[in-house]
Design a protein. Structure first.
Length: 222
């Protein structure tokens, strides 16, 4: 059983977004960077708001077994030359696909906390092993109080138990990882369709130094 984190390259990136209503339908207006290094019109665009993707890429996700998502139309605006140095926005039809944290609660039941390496770290350095998701939420609540205590969180390894759904093609683990995880089947679909400028990492050693602490080792307890 193999899962990979999926990474959207910033060769095609959204600089600014704004929600509006077009013909009574919620639509996300997305302006791309006006820079040749970052405004390639890829199938999936780099964005801080979910996935901004065209119909070709959307259909692959829709045909896969993913956690639930929110979907709305998007208009991508890219400045393109019309004459000499004169540029004008050209509009493209895209979609916003958002896998919200609220749709990922089932993943907490998949975690074997005893075998995983998940810690709350007190501001003075004390490291406490977390043994359930309820404990994580308790430390989050302490951070909201005026007790003077505060905790950060470290996830070095996640071990999934037998509750894990082996048929899932895409999932995420809020609180414990920054990654969105895709199955080998979905990875192959995206690659075979030649979805542009995306990448996959099977382990965190393939990630840059600043990202490694936020992408734990993933293991399956068969």
């Amino acid at each position: 059983m193999k899962y990979y984190t999926i990474h959207i390259n910033d060769s095609g990136a959204i600089e600014d977004t704004e929600k509006t209503s077009i013909n009574g339908e919620n639509t996300l207006i997305c302006k791309m960077y006006d820079d040749p290094e970052f405004n390639k019109l890829n199938d999936i665009l780099h964005s801080l708001r979910g996935y901004i993707l065209n119909e070709k890429a959307l259909n692959i996700f829709k045909e896969s077994n993913t956690i639930s998502y929110k979907l709305c139309k998007a208009k991508v605006l890219r400045k393109e030359k019309v004459f000499g140095f004169i540029k004008k926005y050209k509009e493209y039809d895209f979609y916003e696909l958002d896998f919200s944290d609220e749709s990922a609660y089932e993943s907490y039941d998949w975690i074997d906390f005893e075998k995983s390496e998940i810690f709350a770290v007190e501001s003075l350095g004390e490291k406490i092993k977390i043994k359930s998701h309820q404990e994580t939420l308790r430390f989050v609540e302490i951070n909201k109080t005026n007790t003077g205590k505060s905790y950060s969180f470290e996830t070095e390894k996640i071990v999934f138990n037998k509750n894990f759904n082996p048929e899932i093609d895409l999932f995420k683990i809020p609180f414990y990882s920054w990654g969105i995880y895709v199955s080998e089947k979905l990875k192959n679909k995206l690659e075979n369709a030649q979805i542009t400028d995306i990448g996959f990492a099977e382990n965190k050693e393939r990630l840059g130094m600043m990202w490694k602490p936020h992408f734990p080792i993933i293991e399956f307890n068969h």
